[in-house]
Design a protein around this ligand. Structure first.
Ligand SMILES: [Mg+2]
Ligand SMILES: [Zn+2]
Length: 196
């Protein structure tokens, strides 16, 4: 039997994006900046209770772009997972892309299949977890998350949050996601409808 899963993007969905000095929102640049998004614990708890794997799929080009070293990148990731664990929930596995086409580090500079909107991370999980993609859902806050999911036939939930700049909201509004939500509280009934 093939399995179901919830793919979840990290930055902007599990933890808040952070306003940087240049006026843009970016991923947390150190563990002290991490704040969980309201309600994400309830979303993960629902999946944990149903024994449906929650699989993080995240572009993490911080090292590739010279913003941080590997240790810091891992410290941020570990802090997010330990905050979730303290709240009694867990993510089964994280699949991350560390590449970037503009990286100054030759090993990381590439056009890869794993950087969303490409579906490589989801496909890695699919073979490991024997997933039936038609019964999987991706929850993300970017059109690129939706595109990665749509390319391989999984269902899509686009998360709108207050840390979106106007140009980004415009892109998101025109993107054909199956569901659009403005809070994790709105995600719960969708997951129940699809998974129960
Ligand atoms: Mg995101
Ligand atoms: Zn990659």
């Amino acid at each position: 039997m093939k399995n179901r899963a919830l793919f979840i993007d990290r930055d902007g969905v599990i933890n808040h994006m952070i306003l940087q000095k240049n006026g843009n929102f970016d991923s947390p640049q150190n563990p002290a900046q991490i704040m969980l998004v309201d309600g994400v614990v309830d979303v993960i708890l629902l999946m944990n209770n149903l024994n449906i794997p929650v699989i993080e799929v995240s572009n993490q080009p911080g090292v590739a772009l010279g913003k941080m070293n590997w240790q810091l990148l891992e410290n941020i990731e570990n802090k997010i997972h330990s905050l979730l664990n303290e709240r009694g929930v867990h993510i089964h596995k994280s699949y991350r892309c560390f590449h970037h086409p503009e990286s100054g580090i030759s090993d990381l500079k590439m056009i890869c299949q794993c950087r969303k909107p490409n579906p490589g991370l989801l496909l890695q999980a699919t073979s490991e977890y024997k997933l039936d993609l038609e019964q999987c859902i991706i929850l993300g806050d970017n059109a690129t998350d939706m595109e990665a999911g749509r390319k391989i036939g999984c269902r899509t939930i686009l998360f709108f949050h207050t840390n979106d700049l106007p140009h980004k909201i415009k892109t998101k509004e025109t993107y054909p996601a199956e569901f659009r939500v403005r809070s994790h509280a709105e995600v719960i009934p969708i997951l129940k409808k699809l998974f129960l």
